[in-house]
Design a protein around this ligand. Structure first.
Ligand code: SF4
Ligand code: SF4
Length: 387
């Protein structure tokens, strides 16, 4: 079942002027230095950037192109980063259109998409891990974390199962700020990747279960340390599924006022350090959260915030989003290497971000080009610099 209005979608797709700006335009005044990270790191064919993807989508929807996995490939080699939407002058959102096309055409075979959805349904996470180990990071943290309370820390699959240090750091920083918080006993996946890859049918059912668990915890505010969870819980649950969520904030939005009023004190780095900020697409372009992380970084003594050639609304994606890391991991890692090179070019010692999925892919991208740059989650940075 889909809520996507087919007529509206076709009207929107027809708005594309085929100008091609979404391929590799450079607009210095707006901070754009290239647009599509996939085009840059793949064949360079028409179907490797948004203009071509949309023409393929229209042909598939109109039945002029047979609905085969091969013909639909270009619909999935896209991170849904939104850079093309940010630069497109036509009156539509090409990235959202592509997301909707994936949803409408989800009968076209796609092993990677269906495998992810199946794993989430079976394991409650996309990594096929035993979900009961998701809270293991909290065992030796040194204090008890309840499973119910007014403030709920929703850890997300990647921090919970792959990068537990981020979950630990978040817990330490919240405790240092005097926040009483809870963590669910058997936290499920938020379903972000199902929405992005076109499995909204499964995502809707999943979202209802997630909301029930959140409500049962008594949460009035949900805080997350993952940009993907943030967009999904804050925006998609309501906008796509009509669910009434409590307030959802990224931890850094929640903590910024406490840093500003010195409730949370940060110690200086021993030596001067240059830190650059990678804007996660789901947090920056999608929700407009650009300045909060920068203010936090500037608040750490002995730190100089340095900006990459593309940042904020023009930022280049880390390469992992939209299911691309599962669909074509090589392109995803090449894109991440580009981001690492951008950070190196401006002399950054540390590249910080606020999404474990970005962090994971950026680390792979750094390894690919043997870069020594340090990639950290901002919560790890804050935990390390707690006074
Ligand atoms: S999606 Fe927008 S920028 Fe790209 S070709 Fe169409 S109108 Fe131009
Ligand atoms: S959303 Fe990003 S990756 Fe996808 S076509 Fe647009 S610029 Fe390229």
């Amino acid at each position: 079942m889909t809520d996507v209005d087919m007529d509206e979608l076709m009207e929107n797709l027809a708005q594309c002027r085929r100008c091609g700006i979404c391929r590799n335009a450079v607009y210095e005044d707006r901070g754009f230095n290239g647009v599509c990270p996939v085009w840059k790191n793949s064949s360079g064919f028409e179907t490797s950037f948004m203009r071509g993807r949309l023409q393929v989508a229209i042909a598939l929807l109109e039945g002029r192109l047979e609905k085969t996995a091969e013909n639909a490939e270009s619909l999935y080699t896209c991170t849904l980063c939104g850079n093309c939407t940010a630069i497109c002058a036509a009156e539509f959102d090409p990235t959202r259109c592509l997301e909707n096309v994936r949803e409408i055409l989800n009968e076209i075979p796609n092993e990677s998409r269906d495998e992810i959805a199946k794993k989430i349904q079976i394991y409650n996470n996309p990594y096929s891990e035993n979900n009961s180990s998701r809270r293991s990071w909290a065992v030796d943290i040194g204090f008890d974390i309840p499973s119910t309370g007014e403030v709920l820390y929703f850890t997300g699959c990647t921090a919970g199962l792959k990068l537990p240090e981020t979950a630990k750091s978040t817990a330490h920083v919240l405790r240092a700020a005097g926040v009483d918080f809870a963590v669910l006993e058997d936290e499920p996946c938020c379903g972000s990747v199902m929405i992005r890859t076109g499995r909204s049918d499964s995502a809707r059912e999943n979202a209802k279960r997630v909301l029930e668990k959140i409500r049962n915890s008594g949460a009035e505010t949900v805080i997350v340390s993952c940009a993907g969870c943030l967009k999904t819980l804050r925006e998609d649950y309501n906008e796509r599924f009509g669910l009434d969520m409590p307030k959802v904030l990224h931890v850094i939005e929640y903590l910024l006022p406490m840093i500003q009023n010195k409730k949370l004190k940060l110690k200086p780095f021993e030596k001067p350090v240059k830190i650059s900020w990678h804007d996660p697409c789901h947090m920056g372009r999608a929700l407009g959260i650009y300045e909060e992380p920068r203010e936090i970084i500037r608040a750490i003594p002995n730190v100089e915030l340095v900006e990459m050639d593309t940042n904020r609304a023009a930022t280049m994606c880390c390469g992992a989003g939209g299911g691309l890391r599962s669909y074509d991991g090589e392109i995803a890692k090449k894109i991440a290497s580009d981001r690492i090179k951008s950070a190196q070019e401006i002399g950054a010692d540390i590249l910080a971000t606020a999404c474990p999925f970005c962090e994971h892919n950026l680390k792979d991208g750094a390894e690919r080009i043997e870069s020594k740059i340090k990639i950290v989650d901002i919560l790890d940075l804050l935990s390390q610099q707690l006074e």
